[in-house]
Design a protein. Sequence first.
Length: 430
Amino acid sequence: MFKLRLLFAHRDLLRSSVKVVTKNYIRRFKAAQCAAARKLRGKQTLDVAFFLTIPGMWKADSLFRAMQESPKYHPYVVIYPYSQYKGFSKEEVTKTLKRTEMFVREQGYEYIVPFNEKRGRWEDVKKTLHPDIVFFSSPYKDHLPQYYIYHFKDTLTCYIPYGFCSVKAYKNNYDLIFHNLVGLYLMETEWHLEAAARTARNGGYNLFRTGYPATEVFLRKDYVAKNVWKPQRTPKKKIIWAPHHPVDDPDGVATFLQYYDFMLKMAEKYKDRIQIAFKPHQLLKFKLVYIWGQERTDAYYAHWDELENGQLEESSYVDLFLTSDAMIHDSGSFTTEYLFIRKPVMYLVGKDKIERRFNTFGMEAFRCHYQGENEDQIEHFIVDTVINGSDPKQTDRSAFYDRWLAPKEGLMPSQKIMKTIEDFIEKGSY
């Protein structure tokens, strides 16, 4: 039913599924993107719209702020609902929309929520705001058609991946119709660029290695992190628990349902020595409402929020990462992102075979983690590694950081992205 809704909403019976039609559409879109870039030559200030639905998908802070400081750019955020077609709870969709607006406001960004109260509909920002450049935060079609890439053929389009890719989902990460159309696909590392080029139907003409702006802040020596942890009477070790969302997946990738009660028990058992931040994937709550219902789901989230040595984190995680002592998770992107922090981290292994889940880059990152396959191993990590400081994997994490994550060319990702945009506009072709 979900796929049918998307098919009708985007009028997409042939465009993304019939090989010859797709090939011709990609070719025409490529030409239109080059033309859109050429039209921007000589323009003094470029209006840049960053599309956003959920705080957790915001990966462009360093780029946005760099653009704010440059006279060449006028950046702003466009906020709209996460999903109109998956049948998620309307109450939860509305809450998420409000939470996203609050997040953007707290960051001090210029933003717009393009909902027309009089007409009761979401406006077409291409017609009302006329952006020169659009940055997408998601490659999926489960948004309203006026916010999907099909609608921006003659506007220069860019994409920063919403996660640092470490898994084998090559098609979902590199070969959806979106990936083959977007004007500038901005890649994390040379490994990711090569993997995308091998996978994409367009041969990878639109790929540019710039580094990952979401992790730029971890590379800055001048950034001072805020202490976002709940005050405690005595100093305690700070642990992030970040469960992923596919709790409805029979293959057992996610481990939340296995450990949701146990992690509360760990917080209680070691309350004098640790505090835990519950940092769920932004989609976990939507799916739990299906399984548990709204009341039980809200009660569980509230429990963490009210716990003396616990807290609920549903927004940005930069300061949370930087001020933590360790993390426990089963997330694909965090498998790499937390290695920027170079502190102890445990990956919770579910029923799936890890070799089947991770790509070669992800496997290298995974080997820098302690692995948790049961409650005893998790507790051992909390006590021996986090509390007592026994950390034999420290050398592995440092080596991975030096090889893949440390800046090597003197330019931060945000600077490289702006240079890539400006070079493309000047050249007007791939």
